[in-house]
Design a binder for this molecule. Sequence first.
Ligand SMILES: Cc1cc2nc3c(=O)[nH]c(=O)nc-3n(C[C@H](O)[C@H](O)[C@H](O)COP(=O)(O)O)c2cc1C
Length: 463
Amino acid sequence: MSADQSNQHGHGRRGLDFGALLHGAGSHLAAWRHPGSAADGELDFAHHASVAKTLEAGGFSAIFIADVVAVWGHHLDSLSRTTRASYFEPLTLLSALAAVTERIGLVATVTTSYNEPYNVARKLASLDHLSGGRAGWNVVTSVVPLEAANYGRDEHFSHEDRYRRAAEFVDVVTALWDSFDDASVIRDREAGRYFVPGGRAAIDHVGEFFSVSGPLNTSRPPQGHPVIFQAGASETGRAFAASVGEVVFAAPRTIEEALAYRSALDRELLAVGRSHGDVRVWPVLTPFIGSTEAEAHARHQALLDLVHDDVLRRAVQDNVGDVDLSDADLDAPLPEIPDTNRSKSRREGILALAAEERLTLRDLGRRLVGSGTIGTPEHIADHIERWWKAGAADGFNVSFPVLPEDAGLFVEHVLPVLEERGSFRPHLGSTLRETLGLQKPALRARRGAGLASDEVVDGARSA
Ligand SMILES: Cc1cc2nc3c(=O)[nH]c(=O)nc-3n(C[C@H](O)[C@H](O)[C@H](O)COP(=O)(O)O)c2cc1C
């Protein structure tokens, strides 16, 4: 049976997929203070491995590691009240997790602004080989200005420039993955030929940002290309997602926003010769689960009460842009916020919310820190199904407030409700593409020349 067939559920559509953000003690800023979290989980491999295994056993399609290539904020006092100043590098963590899991997808966030395509192509190809075809790449362009200072730049690239760089970056990486034919490694002991010389070619890329000869020094990844995840939300970002994304994360606040996003994405897919079915959209879901509605709300409130005032101020500041709110009155309306080179769509959404609901800085901080879906497993399952049935989501990227507690609650109590209703069935394939019902990309037409066999042999001897 093909992956697609095994994933059908009688709705004429695939069943739901779930990905999970893995975040040390959890995604909530006060998670580490909650008794259900691993307070010391941030660099604890055994904790990450245990959560990954719980999610794999529950039928999650992928785990996803977010990343920023800097300390996540520069206000030491507020940082010192969170676990945000220290975390694993995603590819390193996922390589280790590959060894202790069997079928779950392993998605690494890697920025195109502060890397070189050759390094990234190698590392992701290696993860795909190490994990037997379970690698994914969340392509980001970096949003935190502090990242620039770690890479010899005074300022971050402008929004337009970084998306142009990202487009060229992905183009080069995929060309490098294709610089080896799938069948070129023949390991013919009799004839003494390890790979077919003509099955490997330079890419000879010269573009606006990169010059890369190739070929890659790793054979074609088992999936052809690791699965590409993307979260562009602005017009430029969404067009980029439409051109390269296979799973798109989005963070719409309502079903209406999610449907508008999906329609715009579908139009952009058509414009680049792709179609609706080529891309899965997984909005973020942050579940606060309780055995009764009252218990769920009490858990949500208890976590909010653990957030210090300085952390609330910073939560607003870090999301709306380059403004200093250290001395702002938490109980007054939001002050004027200047334009930003960070995530524009996120800033605009947040400012619109504050204006519409006349929120004080404290209210807004609490919304940002504590936003999510609060309720019983049935309530959360209803929410998931409503979005899925409306066509606003093909799956969800679940951001667990408290880990490991919430991963366990979700797998034990929410997934069985969805399974019972026929909207979800654990369906892990042997590769991430198979799990998601995505086609393996065909080898693209070669741009560079194949290497002559004597060059290859000489290269191998001198290596
Ligand atoms: C679920 C989700 C996870 C994200 N993870 C990261 C991340 O780990 N690192 C990062 O730099 N940006 C991350 N982003 C930001 C996106 O890459 C993107 O910049 C953002 O969605 C705004 O889109 P825009 O650049 O088109 O305005 C994430 C966004 C979403 C919705």
